[in-house]
Ligand binder design. Structure first.
Ligand code: FAD
Length: 279
């Protein structure tokens, strides 16, 4: 269930097919005091080795989409990269940065996913959200905030649907730009091994990958987890990695970089423990 392919079994997994379905499972689970968490495409999470109790909701069947006039209304589980490609095919510009990001629209909003100088925040018009009290609220872009890989709604509400905006562009140029971005990724990222993208956030004015490489961590392993030889900010699963291996590697890197450079790296990937409300 995660791109890292790490973690024990989930007690129950459910793929809601409609927003109503999702909110009714949430309400019933609340009443029965069963823990619930929600994931999208699992491309930014580390699941625990002991597995996940309660219900894990996966949004990937929430794939409704309707195209407007340089806008799109799209459900949370829609694949971001596919949306970027489809917008590009129409000659709509704005999501070129997202073509190689393997998340869902909802996950990308919560993470304010970004690359190549672009980020989700700049494309959002409004979102529809589910809150802990079961209410569904439509929020305009001005009613919540984004920062670097952060959305102010994280851990508070779930994204059900979003309305995004585009600018008119040149179809061939957009498609070419996306292809170039993909080529760069294939060259620089260990896409052939299970991973979860960048493990650490870039500290202000620097790059986490540069610091980790300079500290000598490229290729180092703990158990089945290895710092990629291709990109030091990626930890790959060499086949049998445990969550505890990844966490030990993260801890060791943080400590070493702190000692050598006085910078405390913060993780970008999320370690899901027993969780509730996506936290
Ligand atoms: C090879 C690779 C390359 C990557 N490159 C990039 C990159 O260039 N830029 C970048 O920013 N990221 C990148 N990532 C990380 C990841 O793809 C993004 O963070 C993505 O947006 C996560 O989406 P997801 O659906 O997989 O979220 P998940 O991993 O499923 O979840 C991540 C978090 O979001 C929450 N969440 C998911 N869906 C919702 C929802 N509908 N409502 C509320 N909360 C929700 C989850 O509870 C969890 O807290 C990369 C990952 C990989 C594996």
């Amino acid at each position: 269930m995660s791109t890292w392919r790490i973690g024990g079994p989930a007690e129950a997994v459910y793929w809601p097919e409609t927003v109503e379905d999702l909110s009714s499972v949430w309400k019933n689970a609340q009443e029965a005091e069963i823990p619930v968490r929600l994931i999208g495409r699992g491309s930014n999470v580390l699941f625990p080795d002991e597995g996940l109790p309660g219900i894990t909701l996966v949004t990937t069947s929430l794939r409704g989409i309707s195209w407007g006039d340089y806008t799109v209304r799209v459900e949370a589980g829609y694949t971001l990269a596919r949306l970027a490609q489809e917008a590009g095919e129409r000659g709509w510009s704005g999501l070129e940065f997202a073509r190689g990001i393997p998340g869902s629209v909802g996950g990308a909003i919560m993470m304010n996913a970004g690359a190549h100088g672009g980020e989700m925040a700049s494309r959002i018009l409004s979102i529809s959200t589910l809150w802990a009290d079961g209410s569904i609220r439509k929020l305009e872009r001005s009613q919540f905030e984004f920062a670097y890989r952060h959305c102010s709604l994280r851990g508070k509400a779930w994204v059900l649907e979003a309305q995004l905006m585009f600018s008119p562009g040149n179809r061939e140029q957009i498609l070419h730009h996306m292809k170039e971005n993909l080529t760069k990724r294939t060259a620089n990222q260990p896409l052939e091994e299970p991973n979860a993208g960048s493990v650490f956030r870039n500290p202000p004015g620097d790059s986490a990958g540069r610091l980790i490489e300079a500290a000598g961590w490229k290729g180092k392993t703990i158990g089945g987890a290895k710092v990629s030889e291709k990109h030091a900010n990626f930890i790959v699963n060499t086949g049998r990695a445990k969550s505890k291996d990844v966490l030990a590697l993260i801890e060791a890197i943080v400590l070493d970089v702190q000692i050598k450079y006085g910078i405390t790296l913060q993780t970008e990937v999320e370690s899901i423990l027993t969780g509730n409300r996506g936290a």
